[in-house]
Write a protein that binds this ligand. Sequence first.
Ligand SMILES: [Zn+2]
Length: 124
Amino acid sequence: MHVKTWKDTLYSGKCPKCRKGNIFKTSIFDLSGFWKMNSHCSNCEVSFEPEPGFYFGAMFVSYAISVALFATIGTALYVLGNPADWVYLTAIVVGAILFTPFSFRYSRILFLYFFGGIRYDPTA
Ligand SMILES: [Zn+2]
């Protein structure tokens, strides 16, 4: 059912405990389900939702990623010739939309790694 490609390996998010099982169900490029998470690791059975509502805090990580993205786009446009205001606005909106799957996944992955209380276990 799940075909493994280099893209999956790069973006699927590995389990913080065993670093083998995938956190997310599909490829990041699957627009019909990039947000779907596995509830448990398929390899070591650790829960990817340590407590109810755990990923509420991932919103703040997502916010930080978005601010970094906007600052990067804004700085790049300024360096490339400081275009009209509508160009900045359009580039930032388009960038934010294109970046949504990435920021959604990485905010959750980082939050789970830093605040999930799950330690790496090489024997798992
Ligand atoms: Zn695992």
